[in-house]
Design a protein around this ligand. Structure first.
Ligand SMILES: *[C@@H]1O[C@H](CO)[C@@H](O)[C@H](O)[C@H]1NC(C)=O
Ligand SMILES: *[C@@H]1O[C@H](CO)[C@@H](O)[C@H](O)[C@H]1NC(C)=O
Ligand SMILES: *[C@@H]1O[C@H](CO)[C@@H](O)[C@H](O)[C@H]1NC(C)=O
Length: 385
């Protein structure tokens, strides 16, 4: 009897787990930032076909189980394993950039760290979600484009020559960042997941299911997500800039070779922050209307879109994915978003003296020893109440 009950329990849990896995969000791959999977292609190839027998699972299977890759992504992982370390780097790059850009704000992008478990700030189709989707697809495009031009990815090469004609003492050469290839790969890796959501939505609609609001919103969010992914990729392609190198006798710049390269990712992150502040709210009816055109004209391709208003992130509210700002460090001399007035939402702050212990006054002895003293310094920090 007890055995049977246990089975029922297992079965229910299994169904529940399947349901959870089925409601996919295409930024779950960001959890690869924490992975220690071995993507070494040659060691995988040695193991080819004997994965299960030898007890070694393919890293793609593990990535699917532990790091939120969905079926389509795991498939792409298997066919393009060489790209996986770069995808993993892209996950870290997206997370670091988001945290850096939002460091001083009430919503500081800390929730990107918990992927594949996403808090409601990243599932309710908020403005913050729009940013995270855009920076993720931008970071993936960026990383792959750089991997192509640095020769670290054999599936792609340098970018093709730009179309514009050579000018006097200037010729296209070198190795440009291959945004075109990267963009297509990023689209396959990320967008297909959302498209899968859309197809599912279509099915449920035909079945005339009465769905809960949340579920409907989730499916509609797929339109917003797809759009924001596209915005992220476009920002990358618009940021290709001409870089040149001089050749010629004794440092003269008689001949110049030029190619197109991408700026730092933080610059991209800042541009997307601009779009975050001017993001456009789209309603469910708008989405329904544009569904006919596959969501293509939801907004211009320069605009991020969101569907739910964000809270002010001042107080803790788990249902909304707001962590609150209690205990955050604010800046008393600032007048910006990190000022104590804005960051602490008018609740005030307390002054805390923190002791820092550092190695200091280091000196070299003979040739090879370094000896340091231990210094204690007191610094004041201001914590939101
Ligand atoms: C990958 O695996 C091969 C063989 O197993 C090994 O020789 C090589 O050093 C590994 N490369 C890296 C980067 O770990
Ligand atoms: C970001 O915000 C969270 C929640 O308020 C906080 O726990 C975390 O320390 C903050 N991170 C930084 C770097 O300020
Ligand atoms: C506080 O803000 C001021 C003015 O914006 C800035 O110069 C200073 O570096 C900030 N201090 C810290 C600890 O961030």
């Amino acid at each position: 009897m007890a055995f049977q009950r246990l089975w029922t329990l297992y079965f229910c849990f299994f169904i529940f787990a399947v349901y959870l896995l089925d409601t996919v969000e295409s930024i779950k791959w960001l959890s690869l930032q924490h992975s220690h999977l071995n993507w070494n292609v040659s060691s995988i190839n040695n193991n080819h076909g004997r994965g299960i027998r030898s007890g070694v699972r393919s890293p793609c299977t593990l990535a699917r189980r532990r790091y939120g890759l969905v079926k389509i992504q795991a498939k792409l992982c298997r066919s393009s394993m060489e790209a996986m370390p770069h995808i993993q780097n892209a996950a870290s790059l997206a997370a670091d950039t988001c945290r850096k850009v939002f460091r001083d704000r009430r919503w500081n992008c800390s929730s990107i760290t918990t992927a594949p478990f996403l808090t409601p700030d990243l599932t309710r189709a908020t403005r913050e979600q729009a940013y995270v989707y855009a920076i993720s697809s931008a970071a993936l495009t960026y990383t792959l484009a750089k991997a192509c031009s640095s020769g670290n990815l054999h599936q792609c090469t340098c970018a093709g020559r730009p179309n514009s004609p050579n000018v006097e003492n200037f010729q296209w050469g070198g190795c440009g960042d291959n945004v075109r290839w990267a963009s297509q790969f990023a689209k396959r890796f990320i967008d297909n997941v959302e498209k899968h959501n859309l197809i599912k939505k279509d099915k449920t609609k035909r079945a005339k299911d009465k769905e809960e609001n949340i579920k409907v919103l989730k499916d509609d969010a797929a339109f917003a997500n797809l759009h924001n992914n596209r915005v992220g990729r476009k920002v990358i392609s618009l940021n290709l800039r001409t870089q040149c190198k001089c050749h010629g006798v004794s440092g003269s710049c008689n001949i110049k070779t030029c190619w197109k390269a991408l700026p730092s990712i933080v610059e991209i992150g800042e541009q997307l922050l601009q779009k975050y502040t001017t993001a456009k709210e789209v309603s469910k009816t708008m989405v329904d209307r544009f569904e006919v055109t596959a969501g293509k004209k939801l907004a211009t391709s320069d605009q991020l879109v969101y569907m739910s208003k964000s809270p002010d992130y001042c107080t803790k509210d788990e249902k909304l994915g707001s962590f609150g700002t209690v205990g955050r460090h604010c800046n008393v001399s600032s007048t910006n978003l990190d000022s104590c007035r804005v960051l602490c939402c008018g609740r005030g702050y307390q002054t805390v003296v923190e002791e820092k212990i550092e190695r200091c006054q280091c000196k070299f002895y003979n040739c090879c020893y370094v000896k340091c003293k231990i210094c204690r310094t007191m610094t004041q920090v201001y914590e939101c109440l």
